[in-house]
Design a protein around this ligand. Structure first.
Ligand code: GLN
Length: 485
């Protein structure tokens, strides 16, 4: 069994655990060996061995007593912006370097209550701002697909994607404000799933942009992602935006695509690399062969969505991060202003400070009308546009990212160039829709590309059903399948 467990699917390991064929204690120590073996990927930034072995002990007892819960004994990783009681929670920021979570987040509590085991905390872009994991105060996490040159795993949940792709955990929690689960999944050749806004509680997740933030999951298959999500979703009176919609069963989701009208923004095709377009067409063909009706739709130029996203999220971030600093925009070294504020603010990295500055600018009295207020109006326009579209189509399909993973050392000419990484993913967060990235093929550098599926809010069952079909016929081989270990 040794050395094999980590490449099994979550479902397979669940089945072995349930019948006692492997003990959670053995499994946990094997996973820590794997984490050690791949420490060069810098994806786990803190291990929670005491907690993991304690949980494993309890799980083993339950299994032996015939009381196994849904995720009994399954080791997972947690993005370091979820509160796990008594563990450090840093958001990969110097500003929270020594912060220990005093309570449990709702999502992690739901998972522990179903028997999942916490291996540790995963690397991310500081405060979830970024698309490459390079803004982390722990240094960038690395994409296991790196071949010679080190590649980014995407971001902000880069550590989670790298860990799942390299087999150091069976699934990992991420968060998705503008694509932080889906884009890293696309870069690492795994599945990244963000449910509708409100499906998972945000309580105990460090806030970036509250009207966009949503929990998400990384797994090596759609089915594994669905199994995890089934235990993550809940109604929570502690989150004012928690949804009251009936919670679906995604593991068993099985809605045919036959006869469904599926839209794709044909006006985007001309601007994309041919490998990206070919993989996009491959996904559309799979759906068409299964009996779906493929229909071209017109969307705005993608930059329009992106600017609305950055305008609003930076404003919300400035407001959310004020709790750490009091937000002092004077000379950081000018002790006359307020030494405590200055000290904390100086601990934020460059990108976080940039977002705060942008946000404060957009919220300031003189810029409000053409800043935050304009952002709200365009968001409303975008929501209406998609409400109309979803009267005609059941799902919208396009590439998750305009390109493959890039080098850790590559330099963006302008900070805003980095924002273009999210051109395709931000829409789902602007409108609150569920969306998923499924590996579809390889790009021009032989690196993974994901296909992005999005439905109307609360239609996760159809989204997951369609994603399963695409996965089945795409026949994508993950990093572990290549025996690169
Ligand atoms: N890359 C995007 C940003 O920096 C999305 C981040 C996220 O989803 N947390 O805002």
């Amino acid at each position: 069994m040794k050395n094999n467990c980590s490449s099994l699917s979550l479902k397979q390991i669940r089945d072995l655990l349930k019948v006692g064929q492997i003990s959670p204690l053995t499994l946990v120590s094997e996973m820590y060996d794997e984490i050690d073996k791949f420490s060069n990927l810098n994806n786990f930034i803190a291990l929670s061995k005491d907690m993991a072995f304690e949980q494993a002990e309890k799980s083993w007892k339950r299994i032996k007593d015939g009381n196994a819960r849904k995720l009994e004994g399954i080791p997972i990783g947690v993005k370091d912006l979820y509160a796990v009681k008594n563990l450090k929670m840093t958001a990969c920021s110097k500003a929270l370097e020594n912060f220990v979570a005093p309570f449990e987040s709702q999502v992690t509590e739901n998972l522990w209550n179903e028997g999942a085991i916490c291996l540790g905390k995963l690397n991310m872009d500081e405060f979830a701002m970024g698309s490459s994991n390079r803004t982390s105060c722990f240094g960038a996490s690395i994409n296991p697909w790196s071949n010679g040159d080190k590649l980014v795993p995407g971001g902000s949940s880069g550590g989670s994607a790298s860990a799942v792709a390299s087999g150091t955990c069976f699934a990992a929690l991420g968060s998705d404000t503008g694509g932080s689960v889906r884009q890293p999944a696309s870069f690492c050749g795994i599945v990244g799933f963000k449910p509708s806004y409100g499906r998972c509680s945000r309580r105990g997740m460090i806030a970036y942009a509250s009207s966009f933030d949503q929990a998400g999951i990384f797994a090596r298959s759609v089915e594994d992602a669905a199994i995890m999500m089934d235990s993550m979703m809940s109604h929570d009176s502690g989150d004012s935006m928690s949804s009251m919609e009936k919670i679906p069963n995604l593991e068993n989701a099985n809605i045919s695509v036959k006869g469904k009208v599926i839209g794709y923004p044909a006006n985007w095709m001309d601007d994309l690399d041919s490998h990206v377009v070919n993989n996009w067409k491959k996904a559309l063909k799979i759906l068409e062969d299964l009996g779906a009706i493929i229909k071209p739709i017109d969307l705005l130029e993608f930059d329009a969505y992106l600017s609305t996203y950055y305008l609003l999220t930076s404003s919300e971030a400035a407001s959310n991060l004020a709790r750490y600093t009091g937000v002092c925009y004077g000379n950081k070294t000018d002790k006359k202003i307020n030494p405590e504020y200055n000290k904390t603010f100086a601990l934020f990295g460059e990108e976080v400070r940039r977002r705060i500055f942008m946000g404060v600018h957009n919220l300031s009295q003189e810029n409000y009308e053409n800043g935050y207020s304009l952002g709200l109006k365009t968001r409303k326009y975008i929501k209406n546009q998609f409400m109309d579209l979803f009267n005609d189509v059941s799902m919208i399909v396009y590439p998750c990212s305009p390109r493959e993973a890039f080098g850790v050392d590559s330099v963006f000419q302008n900070p805003s160039d980095a924002y273009h990484e999210d051109v395709f993913t931000v829409i789902a967060n602007l409108i609150g829709s569920p969306a998923i990235s499924v590996p579809i093929g390889l790009g021009k550098n032989n690196l993974p590309l994901g296909i992005h599926l999005m439905t109307k809010s609360f239609e996760e069952e159809f989204l997951i059903s369609a994603a399963k079909e695409i996965e089945k016929y795409a026949e994508f081989k993950g990093w572990l399948d290549y025996d690169k270990k």
